[in-house]
Design a protein around this ligand. Sequence first.
Ligand SMILES: C[S@@+](CC[C@H](N)C(=O)[O-])C[C@H]1O[C@@H](n2cnc3c(N)ncnc32)[C@H](O)[C@@H]1O
Length: 273
Amino acid sequence: MTTERDYVLGTHEEELARLGLQHRVWRSVALDCWQKAGITVGKRVLDVGAGPGYAAVDLAEIVGPRGEVIALERSKNFVRALKETCRARSLTNIKIHELDLMTDDLPKGDYDFSWCRWVVSFINDPALLMKKLARVMRKGSIAIFHEYGHYETWHFFPRLPNQERFRQHVIETWRESGGEPDGAAGLSELLSANGFVISSATPRIFCVRPNDYMWQWPATFIEIYLPRLIEMGRIDQEFADKVRADLAGAEKNPNSLMITPLVLEIIAEKRSE
Ligand SMILES: C[S@@+](CC[C@H](N)C(=O)[O-])C[C@H]1O[C@@H](n2cnc3c(N)ncnc32)[C@H](O)[C@@H]1O
């Protein structure tokens, strides 16, 4: 019986629920990307850093009983949640490996695709992950990424200086934990060094208004990460209250706009062994 392996965002129940909302907000973008990349019935997909498996479940339904999703995740809580979902939904085509992407080997398998979303920002050695991924992906297989490319794009109009300070704390705490918020920035070079050729690289960025569902994605992140920043001793309650009040004010202003943190979608084919 090992203990829970947490990371900078946490693996607690509220974060588990936030990841669910995040996936629902992004689902149409993910579906569009998977379709463009060619994921279909019968394919085998490696989900790298699957979290509680919200994407893994959608992928399992797409590939169907003849296909398979192999989910890799370090958090015991998230693995338990995914196992429960599989049971509740009678999904038998998801195989789960509880492992650390940095210290463990990736399981070998005849994968057609890999899917990696919001993971590269949180690991301390993306080059190592790319090397490991290249070892298990065969020639002709496709690697897909949705990773932040420019986190500082995230801001509001009218500007909210406290939110921009909050965003800086986010960036600094992710760096202090060994990650790099703009995880996509080095992917192009790393993919090339490991035998992958990029077939498409697309920025996914949105300008949303308070009534748009997508507004809830950064809004719930602020709500959940403020107590985390207090726990870390980075901010005090007074600052947290100001960020919350500014966000509540922006939500009430029908003229508010929010530019989301830029996500880079990369689709790359493995061309050499
Ligand atoms: C922001 S979540 C994204 C989860 C999922 N990919 C999604 O899109 O919903 C990042 C995930 O990476 C996992 N993670 C971080 N570092 C890891 C490591 N070294 N090995 C395995 N998983 C890791 C975390 O436990 C967490 O589930």
